[in-house]
Design a protein around this ligand. Structure first.
Ligand code: SAM
Length: 269
């Protein structure tokens, strides 16, 4: 059988469809999520219900967001699921998670085996709604999980690390080989748990400043901060902030990026 066909569905590459079929991996993911009755669980990309089915055994209601019309229709026809599911047939990148949380009258528990082609922008989209989210469990490329948890002075440390760690505590959960999926992706995968900070360790007045500074710094990560941030800060301003001008983007901590962001927004105010 064509390796792209799973349970009679032809996997669509453009939707990043790699379906989980390894029972022990599925059991471990559901154990990590620990779904409980009356919680507001939201799954992104339920696909053929590999996670939807076992999660729904613990709860009476589950909201799922699926872009693929055929898969959304299959879910609504599934005799075990149809009475429990609210299916949002939409691109998750356009979902307002505040509205969803308001509708459910509680913070959301979001999970999913994310389409790898959009996993990073999707996480950035979700970071906008962290006050409406209590936790997130995601299957991602292992390389992306490494970047999420990376500490300064490492190759994996980048803009994603700074922004994700600003918003969330990040806990790697489990590594998953390509053989756990159909079709098998070319890369290793991993599951990660993200818990939005209730009391953020560093406060930033204007998140756009943090975004702008990390973009400028990491877009030219081989350059020194003196050069990569020259459009945003003078050498004197950086020195006043106690930032060593010869450091590179990967040497600055999340705290230092937040400090720079606050200084920048104060200057432009
Ligand atoms: N959860 C299933 C599993 O573990 O077998 C499927 C996971 S598959 C990697 C990703 C799923 O996300 C697919 O069902 C795909 O159609 C869906 N998807 C892709 N892009 C999406 C988007 N922008 N919004 C919502 N769902 C999307």
């Amino acid at each position: 059988m064509n390796s792209r066909v799973h349970q009679g569905h032809f996997a669509r590459k453009r939707f990043g469809q790699n379906f989980l079929h390894d029972d022990s991996v599925i059991t471990n993911i559901v154990a990590a999520i620990q779904p409980k009755k009356d919680q507001a669980l939201v799954e992104i990309g339920p696909g053929l219900a590999a996670l939807t089915m076992p999660v729904s055994e613990y709860i009476d209601h589950l909201t799922v967001i699926e872009i693929d019309r055929d898969l959304a229709a299959r879910l609504l026809e599934n005799p075990f699921l149809k009475n429990k599911l609210t299916v949002i047939e939409q691109d998750a990148m356009t979902v307002n998670f505040y509205d969803l949380s308001a509708k459910m009258q509680q913070p959301l528990r979001v999970f999913g085996n994310l389409p790898y082609n959009i996993s990073t922008p999707l996480m950035f989209h979700l970071f906008q709604y962290t006050t409406a989210i209590s936790d997130m469990h995601f299957m991602l490329q292992k390389e992306v999980v490494n970047r999420l948890v990376a500490a300064p002075n490492s190759k994996a440390y980048g803009r994603l690390s700074v922004m994700a760690q600003y918003y969330c505590q990040i806990i790697p959960v489990l590594e998953v080989p390509p053989t756990a999926f159909k079709p098998a992706p070319k890369v290793d995968s991993a599951v990660v748990k993200l818990i939005p900070h209730k009391n953020p360790p560093y406060l930033v007045n204007d998140i756009k400043s943090l975004s702008r500074i990390t973009t400028a710094a990491f877009n030219q990560r081989r350059k020194t901060i003196r050069n990569s941030l020259s459009q945003l800060f003078t050498v004197e301003q950086l020195s006043e902030l106690g930032i060593d001008l010869d450091l590179r983007a990967e040497n600055l901590t999340v705290q230092q990026y937040c400090q720079l962001a606050n200084a920048y927004s104060n200057m432009s105010a």
